[in-house]
Structure formats: C-alpha cells, structure tokens
Design a protein around this ligand. Sequence first.
Ligand SMILES: [Zn+2]
Length: 208
Amino acid sequence: MSLFISRLANDGAALSDVFSITRCDANLGQNPVNSQVDRIAYTKTSSGAGQDRIEALVGAAGDVVVSAFPAGSQIPDGSGGTVPIELVGGATFPPDSAGLIQVAYCFNNQMFAFAPGGAQISLPRQVILFHELAHAFHRAIGDFNSADPEFQAITDENTFRAQVGLAARDPTNHNGGQGAGNGQQVPSCTGMPPGGGTGGTGPSCCNC
Ligand SMILES: [Zn+2]
C-alpha cells in the first residue's frame, strides 16, 4: 500500500523525478525500508496532476516500486526475452506473486513521441515516469484498461503535460523513439528536499 523507490537501481534519479513530478513539493518524504527500497511519504500541499497522482499512489491499494535505469540496461520484454530500456523508455509490469507492481524507466536518454497530427514532441524523463506510473496506478486501484492501456496512460500523461506546459501527446499513437522532440523540457523547480518532507527521514535529495 505504498510507493517505493528501488535502491538496487538509481534511487537518486528516481527520487529526483518523483520530486519534479510533485513540482518540488516540500512535503515529499523518503524513508529507508531496507537495502532494497525506500518508501515515499507524501501529503500534497498544492494541487496539480503531478501532485495528485503521487499522493494517490502513496495511498493506493497496491504496492508500486520504481526503478530508474541508465541507457544500456536490459529489462524484461514481456515475452521471455529482454530489451534495452532506452528503446522503450519505460515499462510497467503486472503485479508479481507478492503483489508488487514494478515500474522501470530510463532516466538519461533523449526521446520523442507524437502530437495529434503527427508532429514529433519531446518525451522527457519525468514524463516517461509519469506515464509508467499511470499504468501502475490503474493496476493498483483495479481499473487498468487491458483493452487499450496506452490510451489510458497517454490520456493521464497529457494531464501532467498540461500542468508543466508541454505539448499534448496523441493518445491513439503510442509510437516514439530515441532522438530530439520539439525542444520542450519539464520546467525546473526547487524546494525542500524529500528527506525534510512529511514523515521523511531519508537524506536530502535534490533540486529538479
Ligand atoms: Zn505505456
């Protein structure tokens, strides 16, 4: 019943991106659980698609673990093989035998997606994570659209894109790839780091 960050992957990158998704909300907290994961604590102090979604994930019925990987990392491709994470941007896996929903995403690759009409637009790392967290959220609360999961996730992704001033993505076009988009980035934000957040005991994180 919570949102976790994997310490087996790049926990600093993941925390930085979650912090950015909350628009550097000072109430984000980080609590070490064990050598594998930190738990995210969060009660939002402002509203927005990013803050709302992270708070909902922290309170959702399912457990979600985020792993941030650099380009070159191999992740399961869902068909018994593996795929370099920079080719897909991210992936969210169905609940495992312990009920854990695993999210993996690439934090250091330049990627693009498509706007309605076909223009190439930026797909920043925070947006990739938000997109994967959309899949995870819907799995966690039990309304995952298995018939059209990408339409569901991209529709959610567009709420975050709107919040941070990025061009909307075509929810009927899940294509994309490596390379430049339209030059847009998620605006930077600053605030108290996660260690100082609600109930957080972890170390300071970052400005994003
Ligand atoms: Zn997706």
